[in-house]
Design a protein around this ligand. Sequence first.
Ligand SMILES: [Zn+2]
Length: 456
Amino acid sequence: MKEYVPTIGLEIHVQLKTASKMFCRCDNNAEGKEPNTVVCPLCMGFPGVLPVVNATAIEYGVKTALALGCKINKFQRFDRKNYFYPDLPKAYQISQFFFPVGEHGEITIDYLGSDRKTRKEFKVGINRVHLEEDAGKLIHTKDATLVDFNRCGTPLMEIVTEPDITSPEEAKAFMQELQRIVRSLGVSFADMEKGHLRVDANVSVRPKGQKKLGVKIEVKNMNSFKFMEQALKHEIERQISALEAGEKLQQETRGWDAKTGTTILQRVKEGSIDYRYFPEPDLPPIVLDDKQINDWSKEVTAELPSALRAKAEKTGLSYEKICELQDKNALINLLVILDKNKKLDPTVIANYPGASSEFYKWIVEEKPSNSVIRQVFDSISSGKKFKDAVDVVKIVDHSDLMVMVKRVLDANPDVVKRYKAGETKLIGFLTGQIMKQAGGGADPISVTDLLNKLLT
Ligand SMILES: [Zn+2]
């Protein structure tokens, strides 16, 4: 069998979390609302209505394009993409075809391989980032198809990558980083299961050594990272075995079927559709100035997930731990805490992400032992208040403390003798010895109490 090289390009749609829709004042949050209640004449496509561009959507689009290393088009314009579909009542979609937000980007993705140990890196070119409006939703029931227009006019950002991805693992790493980016910029909730982040992939395979790309096949319906990885793996294997069996592949669209774990033919592509794009006559072009773009650029650079990882690496944490914390959304918080408390040991704190500031303050001030920190953290995690958690640790340690006190007294018979002879200030020395053994996990007052009891 020949060796084959897969080539993957992605087309991603990101729902923006602006307050209102792309071109009207309707609430952009239709989640859980009755169908067709978050609509107006504009997003329903009534004739004679006039759209107005959502300025926040432009900001979010530019920020994302900047984060993806794109060149920003200072002149942007919306175009009409003409097609009829039952969930798009005006029979055209307003999109940016000729002048997208950004083009010619590139991003380096560093990630932890599937063994969760090996650090890997690859580059992906970004073909374009453009803005458009979403369509409604068709709901298929047993005996009818219903249409819900609530989603009509929701701001969408489309991101098209170059075919630079060479494995399902890389595709997943790219999507996970993109999700982190749009979340950290605050432009989208980016929840794949809820459709805020949708991905289609163009997949082809070619024999190793061959320059010309193989036949491109589009895969849709991958609504989680896991499904995307499975779908791409399956599609690559399917194409390879078809070629090995001497079959000829054709350009087509296939859908991932999670039940059978296969991709299923949806339609064969016969030439590209002519959408008859033309400039949207109801919207003036948008012209951005350099200052605005520079200001946004500064905000973006400070928040990038890759920048956070780099910052975290400087604290001495392992890349593995950093990735783990970032996956738990705990990395920013950790960096803020370390910034505020220079005395904290990053490797200790990294085990307790998400705790309260009084917990971290307590670590700095009381210097408790690691086992005591763990006990307090666990009881806070199980719902105890910080103060109660700390008190419990002291009670728990009480029996151990007795053992420690006795051990210290046995080890210092002459000090005990001198104390009993009247040198009472030696209690300070003994308390210190016991505190040392308790690793800071003991309360000095109870230690002195115990000593007084045992020495009289
Ligand atoms: Zn509306």
